[in-house]
Write a protein of this length. Structure first.
Length: 495
């Protein structure tokens, strides 16, 4: 009797597999023309990524390097197509069949709730209509007043360690951004630069690692399993703590003294907008937006500022040019009080340096989109619906095809004539299309403010070249050994 049962069981499994493969025959046909590593039955190429979490990024970079674009990777039954040429990336960003974010983004819901990262369709449109204007150039001058005040404290804190010893600049810059971002969003400055936020900062770091860990562990993908797991419980604790804190800051805001009467927090701006036009925005959870903006803003801005300071430390002649530009635009002496949004836009060379940092160290090295319909990406190459498209910004931004000196730190890549001669989709640090970053003006302005405050007082020194920086990735890419710098006081005659 048992023999009969097993026989029937095996037949049933074989039939199910045949039916499954038959229903996917179109996908297999279309992927025949794509290059990629040899795939095993059932696992596909998933075992290539069976390694320590911190090594996954490096492996992905290598495997994408090894094949022409577009290339395919099978993660079990999931088809991932990686594209790394500017014209293919343009096709993806401009196609309506690839405008949806990949399913991986739903994991952000645990942390951010329903906001830009996790919503779709009309709901996402209503959210973006509310959020994007609150970060527009119209209000940037008032946000710069917040950054300016926090810069003063940053310079004081950096002054305490400006003795030529090796330090990790992330400690200071991260706390600076906590103050700037909390105050801009909620209206309250928590005093992170005095150490008041250290516990929350380590919780946030932990949340980002948990998020990345979930993305890379298929068994934690189903919500009901994740919620019951130790990681899920921890994530929920951190989320609650962060939300409570941001709510408290919003309540504390009115008693906070801002030196600019025009200043209004992003929260207040959104609230007023909803009150004025309730029919336009419908029901929106403002706290979800504030948590989303907080997590989207604090980590990348701080990361890019730190990378930039190391680059200036590694390339003293570039640091000198930035210093000279500060003198030309803001004059001599202490310039912090003179920093305005209008004058920040006159810092062209510094802007080029920031772009060069974003080229080499893109915060989002890969962007994932879900394909909902067939997409012809090349003559005779059609990508099938249901596949995940991986836009490899990391590769295109380091490719010899688009960059004169891809392996150098070379801000001249962003001279107007070089930009005009390059494919516009070869440099997309803030993404492109409908889902592009609404915070880029805020990011660039505050990063510039940091450098303009620091350089008139201090000289930065770092060892090696950028090629010596070994990178690891969680939700962002970071140097394995931290952001190591030596800081010295600038002697008077050189200022
Ligand atoms: C150097 C700093 C920053 C970089 C490099 C950066 C980069 C990006 C990128 C690449 C995306 C698209 C992600 C995707 O499509 O998967 C994005 C989206 C987003 N960013 Fe930024 N960002 C930065 C700073 C900021 C700041 C300061 C804010 C807010 C104040 C912000 C808010 C957002 C939001 C809300 C989205 C989601 C947009 C949407 O889905 O419509 N970012 N950012």
């Amino acid at each position: 009797m048992w023999m009969g049962f097993w026989y029937l069981f095996v037949c049933a499994v074989v039939l199910i597999l045949i039916k499954h493969h038959w229903s996917r025959r179109k996908i297999y046909q279309l992927t025949c023309s794509l290059h990629g590593p040899p795939a095993l039955p059932i696992f596909g190429n998933a075992l290539m990524f069976w390694c320590k979490e911190e090594d996954i990024f490096e492996r992905l970079v290598k495997v994408v390097n090894n094949y022409p674009s577009p290339m395919r990777i099978w993660l079990g039954p999931k088809l991932v197509v990686a594209v790394k040429t500017a014209h293919q990336i343009e096709k993806i960003f401009t196609s309506s069949s690839a405008s949806s974010k990949d399913d991986l983004y739903r994991f952000l819901k645990v942390f951010n709730g329903d906001s830009l990262f996790t919503s779709t369709g009309n709901e996402w449109k209503r959210h973006k209509r509310l959020i994007a204007p609150s970060l527009s150039s119209k209000y940037m001058e008032s946000y710069v007043t917040v950054a300016r005040r926090c810069c003063r404290m940053l310079v004081e804190k950096v002054g305490e360690v400006a003795n030529g010893e090796l330090i990790d600049i992330d400690y200071y810059v991260y706390r600076f951004y906590q103050d700037v971002v909390h105050e801009t969003l909620t209206g309250h400055n928590p005093g992170a630069q005095h150490g008041t936020m250290d516990a929350m900062i380590s919780l946030c770091h932990e949340a980002y690692v948990l998020l990345h860990s979930r993305m890379t562990k298929a068994w934690l993908h189903p919500d009901f399993i994740f919620r019951k797991s130790a990681n899920g419980k921890r994530q929920s604790y951190i989320t609650k703590s962060l939300r409570t804190l941001l709510c408290e800051h919003i309540k504390l805001a009115p008693i906070n003294n801002n030196d600019n009467e025009e200043f209004k927090s992003v929260y207040l701006r959104m609230l007023e907008e909803i009150e004025k036009h309730p029919e336009m925005y419908g029901n929106q959870n403002l706290m979800d937006h504030i948590v989303t903006l907080f997590s989207a803003a604090e980590d990348p801005t701080s990361t890019i500022s730190c990378y930039l300071m190391i680059m200036l430390g590694m390339y003293p002649e570039i640091q000198d040019r930035v210093f000279k530009e500060i003198r030309e635009v803001f004059g001599n002496g202490d310039v912090i009080e003179r920093i305005t949004f209008k004058d920040l836009s006159r810092m062209h060379y510094l802007g080029m340096c920031i772009k060069e940092v974003l080229r080499i160290f893109p915060i989002a090295p890969f962007i994932a989109r879900k394909l909902v319909e067939d997409l012809d990406i090349e003559d005779n190459v059609t990508l099938p619906p249901g596949s995940t498209i991986l836009l490899c910004l990391y590769h295109v931004q380091r490719s010899t095809e688009y960059w004169k000196m891809p392996d150098e730190f070379y801000p001249e890549h962003f001279l107007p004539e070089s930009v005009a001669n390059r494919h516009p989709y070869a440099f997309l640090p803030f993404s492109a299309g409908a889902h592009s970053c609404p915070g880029q003006l805020f990011a660039i302005s505050t990063i510039k403010a940091v450098v303009i405050s620091i350089l008139p007082r201090f000289v930065l020194e770092a060892d090696g070249t950028w090629k010596d920086i070994k990178i690891k990735a969680d939700i962002s890419i970071r140097p394995v050994d931290g952001y190591k710098l030596r800081i010295r006081r600038r002697i008077a005659h050189s200022s």
